[in-house]
Each structure stands twice: as C-alpha cells, then as structure tokens.
Design a protein around this ligand. Structure first.
Ligand code: 5GP
Length: 198
C-alpha cells in the first residue's frame, strides 16, 4: 500500500506492558534469536538514568533539541509522558519498513494511536504483555528493591496509565507464570510478521 511515507513493505511490532512485566526479557530474547530483527532507539528529553547509554537506550536530547526535531518533521510520532517527551525518529524506522524488515517499537499509548493513523493496519501488530495486576507487580518490585511510599505511588500511577493499552492490543501475551511460554508466544508473533513480509 502507498502512503505519503512511501510504500511500507515491512512490519512494525509495538510492545506495550506495565513496568515490571518482563517486557525487557521477552524482547531481548527475540532480538538474540532473530539476527535481522531490530528495535528502534527513541529520542527522549528525559534525563539519562544510571546505566543507560546514549544512542543505545535512547537518543538523549535537550528539550530544545527535541523541539527542533519536531519542527523539522523528524519524528514519525511523539508524545509527552510523565513530564518528558518521547518520539520515534523517522530515520530509525522508515528505512527499515520501506524494506522487508521487522522492527520492534516500545512506545506508549498516545504514540501507538499516531502509528495507527499513519501506517497501514496490516503492517502493524500491537502486543500487550500481561503479567498480573497491580498487587502482583507491586510485590515483585518490592521484593527486588525497597521502595518509598512516593516511589510506590508514582509507579502505581504509571501502572494505571500503562494498563489502558490492553484493550487496543491485537495479541495479549500471558506472562503471569511461565516466562518460556511467554517468549515462545512473542517469537510466534515475530515469525508471523516475517511471513507476511516475504
Ligand atoms: P521510560 O522513561 O521508562 O524509559 O519510558 C516511559 C514511557 O515512554 C514508556 O511507556 C515507553 O514505552 C515510552 N516511550 C519510549 N519511547 C517512546 C517513543 O519513541 N514514543 C512514544 N510515544 N513513547 C515512547
């Protein structure tokens, strides 16, 4: 199909999940298994966290740099989340999906809604990872590291936003118990996407 972006041939897999749901593990497993699979590196105006690497976890931008890129039309989609801007750079995604490539994007709901308007529906699969409700995620997070009441409240607020993505998912992956079953289910999504492309 032709859009003003050019002819989209590849496939975009959007992965959405609440923080602490095992999304990272599932995505890393697929990236290791499929050598041609790529994940886009988003631009963000948020501060770098310890352990993050510029150009690897995000392209870290100042607010002014982010605004310049918006004005220059460099983002395919962008949104504000928890007081910071995040966006998918066209340079990260378009060269790949104009070829027969499969790309993973981890973005929040407002960004997904923009992609739904921009990309042909059959070239987009929305995956949500279900890891249990708030009580399960809270207990898991607290068992890893002690959290202040303020951190816990912020996490809960974020959970309530992230869980809103579930109804728009094409596929819900169950990660409430067996991580191997969850990675296998995600691999299946990747393989289906490659099949559509070839
Ligand atoms: P974090 O600050 O924890 O890395 O990410 C916060 C939220 O921003 C997550 O829900 C993540 O999926 C989302 N996000 C990351 N990159 C992008 C992007 O390029 N576009 C949009 N719309 N959201 C993004």
């Amino acid at each position: 199909m032709d859009t003003d972006l050019g002819e989209i041939r590849g496939h975009v897999i959007v992965v959405m999940a609440p923080m602490g749901s095992g999304k990272g593990t599932i995505v890393r497993h697929a990236l290791a298994k499929y050598p041609e699979l790529r994940q886009t590196v988003s631009g963000t105006s948020r501060a770098m966290r310890p352990g993050e690497v510029d150009g690897q976890h995000y392209h870290f931008l100042s607010n002014a740099e982010f605004e310049q890129k918006i004005a220059a039309g460099e983002f395919l989609e962008w949104a504000e989340f928890a007081g910071n801007k995040y966006g998918t750079l066209k340079s990260e995604i378009l060269p790949r999906i104009l070829e027969c490539d499969v790309v993973i994007v981890e973005i929040e709901l407002q960004g997904v809604e923009q992609l739904l308007d921009l990309l042909p529906r059959e070239h987009l699969t929305i995956v949500y990872i279900e890891a249990g409700g708030w009580e399960v995620l809270r207990a898991r997070a607290e068992s890893r590291a002690p959290m202040s009441a303020a951190e816990l409240a912020a996490r809960h607020e974020r959970y309530l936003i992230e869980v809103q993505a579930k109804p728009i998912a094409d596929i819900v992956i169950d990660n409430t118990g067996d991580i191997n079953a969850a990675t296998a289910a995600f691999d299946q999504v990747i393989e289906e996407a490659y099949k559509k492309c070839k």
